[in-house]
Ligand binder design. Structure first.
Ligand code: ADP
Length: 402
């Protein structure tokens, strides 16, 4: 059963009934700090065993939502259910969740084993059993035999794993992680991403993973909630968000994209929409999620191929959009070349092509070709994300991914 099917009516005693309740569910969750609406009417459901990422720019409300899940924030409105049970008014220690902080919050004076076993001690589990379970947990996070080491004697990546082991030892239904790899350098982050994903799969518990790093969310999550200004803009699997972003903000935040402004025309070609650009040129696009009058056409740089003005692309012409453009800049990246272009309508495009192909120097007039299938209409603006969108005339930042 999909997560979306797991909802059901609330029973009188506040317990939600479901064939298989969501591991965690938020309905209408709202949190204000004075004038700031930090979380604005958020609904979401997380399935048992799901890796769920909350992604968005700094200040969009991710951590507040996570803290609310853990019970560290009182809500202004809304409900939180764990395994179908209303825990909205329960304090943190009554919730079957654990929160892993970015700074790990480990005890420097204790060794790794005692850090991991700490909550068992609070629960008055006997010393031998505590140690047995802690050592088992350390093994699971790839730190076998290191129980006697002190925190300051292990690396950042190892400390991260200790924090994870400490959270997992309680076998919570849901583990909440707030930028858990934020303090690590890039290379270690990449390794830890794989390890974390393997540990999650192995433990079979739901992870809610807060990050502002879109690559991290794409690489790890089963589904991603993209947030902006306290709202969730889209909740979907990574590929669906990448291929069919709900709006321009999401398209821009996840991956790189070029946008062409224009107007949809009546009459299309089957499921495709005919779209008239500012230059007067016409392209065909997939309707995407929001075929609205205020939509823009989006194309990812890897789908935009450049050909010399007098040559024909290899792909059959009927499945390609073709528009005139001029190369303004290029960046050589070893395996590929990143081109920046301006169209006849004054808009900016990005193209990424294998470096093995013919290179185009700045000033060259080219034809930008992109598959009709990969041209998607997205909602241009409005809504909460409006102020954070780049304007149409803004040149995409070189090398920027956000
Ligand atoms: P994110 O995790 O996405 O960076 P946060 O959830 O931390 O965002 O913050 C969302 C908004 O709420 C921000 O505008 C932030 O300044 C505000 N905020 C967060 N915590 C507090 C607090 N304890 N007091 C006042 N404002 C807060």
């Amino acid at each position: 059963m999909s997560v979306g099917e797991a909802t059901v009516a609330a029973a009188p005693d506040g317990v939600k009934l479901a064939a298989q309740a969501a591991a965690l569910e938020l309905t209408g969750v709202t949190k204000r700090y004075g004038e700031v609406l930090a979380v604005d009417d958020v609904d979401l459901q997380i399935a048992p065993g799901e890796f769920f990422a909350m992604l968005g720019p700094s200040g969009c409300g991710k951590s507040t939502t996570l803290r609310a899940m853990a019970g560290f924030e009182s809500l202004d409105a809304g409900k939180i259910y764990l395994g179908g049970v209303d825990v909205t008014d329960d304090p943190p220690f009554r919730r079957d969740v654990n929160l892993v902080f970015q700074d790990y919050a480990l005890f420097p004076h204790l060794n790794l084993r005692d850090n991991v076993a700490f909550s068992l001690k609070i629960k008055r589990v006997g010393r031998r059993e505590r140690h047995r379970r802690a050592d088992e947990m350390l093994e699971r996070v790839a730190l076998p035999g290191l129980g006697d080491r002190r925190i300051k004697e292990v690396s950042g990546g190892q400390q991260q794993r200790v924090a994870l082991a400490r959270a997992l030892i309680n076998q919570p239904k849901v583990l909440l992680l707030d930028e858990p790899l934020g303090a690590l350098d890039l290379k270690l982050r990449k390794t830890m991403q794989l390890e974390l994903k393997a540990i999650q799969r192995d433990a079979g518990i739901s992870f809610v993973y807060v990050t502002h790093d879109q690559e991290e969310a794409l690489a790890m999550a089963d589904r991603i909630a993209v947030m902006s200004a306290g709202k969730t803009l889209q909740i979907a699997p990574p590929k669906e968000i990448y291929d069919f972003p709900a709006d321009r903000f999401v398209a821009d935040f996840i991956g790189e994209s070029s946008f062409l402004t224009g107007a949809p025309e009546t009459g299309g070609d089957g499921d495709l929409v005919r779209f008239r650009l500012r230059s007067g040129e016409r392209i065909l696009a997939r309707p995407g999620l929001a075929p609205r009058a205020d939509s823009v056409a989006m194309v990812r740089p890897e789908h935009l191929e450049l050909v010399a003005k007098d040559s024909e692309p290899a792909t059959p012409a009927e499945s390609l959009n073709r528009i005139d453009a001029t190369v303004t800049e290029l960046e050589y990246g070893g395996s590929d070349v990143h081109y920046f272009l301006t169209t006849a309508g004054g808009e900016h495009l990005m193209s990424r092509m294998p470096a093995s192909q013919e290179m185009f120097t700045p000033g060259t007039a080219v034809i930008a070709c992109f598959p009709v299938e990969k041209t998607v209409l997205v909602q241009a603006g409005a809504g909460s994300a409006g102020q954070q969108q780049p304007t149409t005339d803004q040149q995409p930042k070189k090398g920027s991914r956000a």
